[in-house]
Design a protein around this ligand. Structure first.
Ligand code: COA
Length: 628
């Protein structure tokens, strides 16, 4: 998932040094040795990228546009400009740990001016909890906090297991970026500051209830962690001293357009008390949001309602002010059993976040009781904010904007229960590619055309690797979806086309995770053009380039052991954001769109995806039976 930030990446003149998270991080010894052994991200061959680019355009642009782009590619490759830029990228690759990562962090995240809520921060929907009473909610939150702190201990003691993809070890850097970190808004560009492993260890988390923020120290002065019981008692104190519901929702400021928040931020922290309170939130290990109950909905609508709550909090009247959207990780535990998180995307991708969730969920199943010494703990510190008339005005503006965002977001979580990874696997097909082809079929059935679509692929085999894109729309996927809609075609032929399209997707996946996809290479060439050339090469200015980057389908698989689903907003105003978690026997799929676009409809698209998955299974079974 790339969010709207790719648009920012396409804007010229944005490449300047930024404050990088890694600069304040000391990675411990074992992980450091592992990290040093990782290969560098390669720069793909120039000709290969442009051949693949033209192939990617074929199903999504007209023949005339394609012909025009072919000529531009020839000029770019033969006129010396391409070669010059390629050499520049190769030089950059030799001089840096990762030629892409700083550019990516900047252009994809820190330069992006859209609000974090809905537009860039993904949410995670966890299974619903059934709390009998408030104590149940607090006990659950205390256990969750203890679980995250146990995870942090693995990071601190350098015992986090190294992850693998296709039997290759992965870069673990993102794990060192997600705790004690926070995004800081700027009037033109943001930064991310990470306080973990700095000189002074961070010993507190922040808890927010009824829009009021508290510092909760989770370590004793001797460095030992508070027990679950002790955390629970502290949460009770927080609850009891934040019962008033008439407080200004200061946190809603963080949901604003980044330029607006950047200005409001400078205004807010002019006041010393406000500055100290903001710093306490920014430095905290993570935030826990104790949310007020939301309006009840049917069981069927419940996951979609929670996804919306994770993405934006439900609006100014509900929980949108019960957040600090700049904070890297915010766990959400609602009085009504709602459970999940929202995370700020700049420091990490979904997989490390979900790995953390899997760990915490497993931790929370433990039943062992740890006896807590009975000594009184100090009252958690309530963070004070002085609300000047200017701050009040900014809050009111933020409330209005948030309510518009809430109305505009269209979400549908599909709990597809008919089958999971098992079915494609039984038929010797990649489950991920199978789901991707279902998305292609669903889109084609709704719009009678295909579109530019991307799926995130991990680049973590490389040092400081983040993601590249797998372009899921290919000539093979196009032929398959057309055949599905053509009554003259036999199922045997359709199946052969499906298998072919899946094979192509698998090859693109392989290329992407080994650093040979096209999107980031094109981005690098384009950014280097801004730095080194006096004018932008035409290849980056033509219609095809814009069409190829207008991702009507922005998708990602974020698999987990926990029965959860990640969700994120669409990348373009007339597109869908689709995130899925294929479990063994079922698939959780979160789909988002914007209500302001008349052409898109999350629930209709979800229905089309469900139908596509079922029709594709029928195809597998039908032809399997025919063979017997
Ligand atoms: N026959 C039988 N089984 C097969 C198969 C085949 N032809 N092809 C794949 N499988 C199996 C795999 O062995 C795997 O088994 P497991 O469930 O026991 O692990 C399973 O099916 C899943 O494989 P597949 O569906 O092909 O997907 P993947 O796990 O390789 O994932 C990506 C593909 C692209 C999602 C992954 O490589 C990736 O990059 N993930 C990161 C995404 C990311 O960073 N997102 C960012 C979000 S912010």
């Amino acid at each position: 998932m790339l969010g709207v930030f790719v648009k920012a990446a396409l804007r010229p003149g944005l490449v300047k040094p930024c404050r990088l998270v890694r600069s304040v991080i000391q990675i411990p010894e074992r992980t450091l040795v592992h990290q040093e052994g990782l290969p560098k991200l390669p720069v793909p061959p120039l000709k290969q990228t442009f051949e693949r680019y033209l192939a990617a355009l074929e199903p999504i642009v007209s023949e005339e546009e394609l012909e025009h782009t072919r000529q531009l590619v020839q000029e770019f490759l033969n006129g010396g400009v391409g070669e010059r830029l390629q050499k520049g990228l190769e030089r950059r690759a030799r001089k840096t740990d990762n030629w892409l990562s700083e550019w990516w962090m900047q252009s994809a995240y820190l330069d992006c001016r859209m609000p974090l809520a809905v537009y860039t921060s993904p949410g995670v929907v966890l299974p619903r909890m059934h709390f009998h009473d408030r104590q149940g909610q607090m006990r659950f939150a205390a256990k969750l906090i203890a679980g995250v702190l146990a995870f942090k201990k693995m990071i601190d003691t350098d015992t986090l297991p190294i992850e693998y993809l296709s039997e290759k070890p992965l870069c673990m850097d993102q794990y060192y970026q997600i705790l004690s970190s926070c995004r800081i808004p700027g009037p033109k560009r943001d930064t991310v500051v990470n306080h973990s492993l700095g000189k002074i260890p961070i010993t507190h988390i922040t808890v927010v209830h009824n829009f009021q923020f508290f510092v909760l120290d989770v370590y004793h002065s001797d460095g030992t962690l508070l027990t679950e019981d002790q955390i629970y008692m502290q949460l009770e104190k927080i609850w009891n001293s934040s019962l008033q519901t008439n407080k200004e929702p200061i946190g809603i400021l963080t949901s604003q357009h980044r330029n607006t928040w950047g200005k409001a931020y400078n205004n807010l922290i002019k006041d010393k008390t406000n500055k100290e309170s903001v710093r306490a939130i920014q430095k905290s290990i993570f935030t826990v949001c104790l949310d007020a109950p939301m309006p009840r909905v049917s069981d069927e609508l419940y996951p979609s309602r929670v996804a919306a709550q994770m993405l934006h909090g439900g609006g100014a009247r509900w929980n949108s002010g019960n957040r600090w959207f700049d904070k890297t990780i915010q766990f959400i535990v609602g009085e009504d059993g709602t459970c999940g998180l929202v995370y700020e995307h700049a420091p990490a991708e979904g997989p490390p976040i979900v790995f953390l969730i899997d760990f915490v969920v497993k931790y929370m199943r433990r039943t062992e009781i740890v006896r807590s010494p009975m000594f009184p703990l100090p009252m958690p510190l309530k963070l004070r904010f002085n609300i000047t008339p200017e701050v009040k005005r900014d809050i009111e503006r933020a409330k209005q904007n948030m309510n518009m965002m809430v109305h505009d977001l269209d979400v549908k979580v599909l709990m597809f229960s008919h089958f999971g990874k098992n079915v494609p696997k039984q038929h010797k097909l990649s489950p991920d590619a199978f789901v991707q082809m279902a998305l292609q079929l669903a889109y084609f059935r709704m719009y009678n055309m295909c579109c530019a679509s991307c799926e995130s692929a991990s680049l973590r085999m490389f040092k400081y690797g983040r993601t590249d894109a797998i372009r899921a729309t290919t000539m093979d996927s196009f032929t398959f979806v057309q055949a599905m809609q053509d009554p003259a075609k036999q199922n045997a032929e359709r199946l052969a086309l499906l298998r072919g399209a899946i094979q192509t997707h698998k090859e693109h996946t392989y290329n992407a995770i080994y650093g040979q996809a096209i999107d980031r290479h094109l981005l690098g060439l384009r950014l280097l053009s801004i730095e080194e050339l006096t004018s932008m090469p035409e290849i980056f200015m033509d219609t095809s380039f814009a069409v190829a980057h207008h991702y009507n389908l922005s998708t990602s698989q974020v698999g987990s052991k926990t029965d959860c689903v990640m969700c994120f907003g669409p990348m373009v105003p007339d597109g869908y954001g689709v995130c899925y978690n294929p479990m063994d026997e079922h698939i959780n799929i979160a789909i988002t769109a914007f209500n302001s676009c008349e052409e898109t409809h999350a629930a209709k698209f979800a229905q089309a995806v469900e139908d596509a998955l079922l029709d594709m299974r029928a195809l597998l079974e039908d032809t399997a039976t025919a063979k017997q």
